[in-house]
Design a binder for this molecule. Structure first.
Ligand code: HPA
Length: 250
């Protein structure tokens, strides 16, 4: 089963996706906490799981999300592919507010987050391969889905994952740009690595909602972000729908 993890502002697919049928709402307890709420839905006869990363009403900020419980809960439901949606700030010129990307790489600047299933006192640490953090065939499926709904999308780029919850300073963004980051967000790690540890292919669909700090005019205004978010989320859902429809044809 395919899972979609909804980023901020995307707390549910109910009401967002035409022809979506709800099956159940699961509340899953995990060894890492919970319950984790996951909606099981059906679209065009394809069953999907939907997990709102920040819980209903965006209550949980990025640095407090229980990523281990979330990914474990999805695996316990038999999820074998994950599409994560993430809002980001654009650093490279081709990612103005409203643009989207399917990043190829990430750099992890977060700290203090629980980021491995293999770090218990009685466990052997594992050093998994993470050369390519996002799954290529899922990325290609997203690219093809975006093409079908005629949404231009950046196929590639580097996602710099920051701790938050504050936004960055202008100097931090210049440093990220020197490091090669094209976009900045707060949620792709440790989500991506936990999925890799559980061997679940994972890809990210990123929506730029603002120019990163110091790159736009003046300060970053939440009102502007909310506006971009509104229409961006509709497009994001269109791409996910197209992806699910292509699954229905398989
Ligand atoms: N920085 C970090 N995370 C973000 C941003 C940003 O500018 N915009 C949306 N998420």
């Amino acid at each position: 089963m395919l899972a979609v993890i909804g980023g901020s502002g995307l707390g549910s697919l109910r009401g967002e996706v035409r022809a979506l049928e709800m099956e159940t709402i699961e509340a899953i307890r995990t060894p890492y906490g919970g319950p984790v709420q996951v909606d099981i839905c059906r679209l065009k006869n394809v069953r999907i799981a939907f997990l709102p990363r920040h819980a209903a009403g965006d209550r949980v900020p990025a640095h407090k999300v229980n990523y281990k419980a979330n990914i474990w809960a999805l695996q316990s439901l038999g999820v074998d592919r994950i599409i994560a949606t993430n809002t980001v700030g654009g650093i490279s010129e081709d990612l103005p507010p409203g643009a989207m990307a399917i990043p190829e790489q990430l750099i992890d600047y977060t700290w203090g987050r629980e980021s491995s299933y293999f770090d218990g006192a009685d466990q052997e640490p594992r050093h998994i391969d993470f050369t390519w953090p996002y799954d290529l065939s899922l990325r290609e499926a997203l690219r093809d889905a975006a093409a079908r709904v005629e949404k231009p999308i950046k196929f590639g780029g580097v996602y710099g994952v920051l701790q938050g919850p504050r936004l960055e300073t202008a100097a931090e963004i210049l440093r990220l740009r020197r490091d090669g980051c094209d976009m900045v967000g707060m949620t792709s790690m440790p989500e991506a690595v936990l999925a890799r540890e559980l061997e679940i292919p994972y890809a990210c669909l990123a929506l730029s909602v603002n120019w990163a700090a110091g790159l736009g005019d003046g300060v970053i205004d939440m009102k502007d972000i909310k506006r971009v978010h509104g229409f961006g989320t509709v497009e994001l859902i269109g791409i996910i729908e197209a992806l699910i429809e292509s699954e229905a044809l398989k």
